[in-house]
Design a binder for this molecule. Structure first.
Ligand code: DGI
Ligand code: FE
Ligand code: FE
Length: 185
């Protein structure tokens, strides 16, 4: 799938604000890839597409997760905010024939993270959090860290996300905890 095709595809299904967020993630991911030695075209493509399923209905997302044997059913036991990530990867594979495993896994794990993340997975996970349109307490510190260490920035993001979830009395998907344990050292 070409980048122009991906941009057109998200423009058709995302509201303006989410579309601009996706362009921000694509740009940020491309820069992080150049800095940390990953494939910048794959980073740009995964960044562009990562939220493509964000506005699918809950029923539609659930149907994709149930139908796809490669997506763990346990997603359905946790927040529906997680579902668009693996469902989006399945969708671009089926709808656009995108079969690049690295791009698909970066999309799949962009929300939860996981242990032993690939460099591209880390880059998309982080770019989603620090793209220029994001504005929440602590984002500038993670932006600063992202200029120094990819692993430390991903760790800070996981730490902040988990704290935030605990404070709101929300569940934490096990892969997010595993990602944290993997990087805490
Ligand atoms: O889709 P975006 O808003 O750009 O970003 P995202 O895909 O990271 O957002 C997903 C939301 O899911 C975010 O507000 C945090 C929330 N969430 C709920 N449960 C979990 C979780 N995030 C993680 N990492 N792990 C969880 O278990
Ligand atoms: Fe997302
Ligand atoms: Fe996002």
């Amino acid at each position: 799938m070409k980048i122009e095709e991906a941009q057109q595809a998200i423009k058709e299904v995302l509201p303006e604000k989410r579309y601009l967020h996706s362009l921000g993630v694509a740009d940020t991911a491309e820069k992080l890839a150049e800095k940390y030695g990953a494939d910048s075209e794959k980073a740009r493509l995964a960044g562009m597409l990562h939220d493509i399923a964000k506005y699918f209905s809950k029923d539609e997302l659930e149907a994709i997760i149930r139908r796809r044997t490669d997506i763990p059913d346990d997603y359905l036991d946790y927040s529906d905010k997680l579902w668009h990530a693996p469902a989006g990867a399945a969708y671009v594979q089926e709808r656009f024939g995108l079969n690049d495993r690295e791009v698909l896994s970066a999309m799949t794990y962009h929300t939860t993270g996981r242990k032993n993340m690939t460099k591209l997975e880390k880059i998309i996970f982080l770019a989603d959090y620090i793209e220029p349109g994001r504005d929440f307490p602590g984002v500038n510190e993670v932006r600063k860290t992202a200029g120094e260490s990819l692993d430390e920035a991903v760790f800070q993001e996981l730490q902040r996300t988990i704290i935030h979830l605990l404070e709101k009395r929300q569940s934490v998907y096990p892969e997010t905890v595993e990602a944290y344990n993997d990087l805490v050292r």
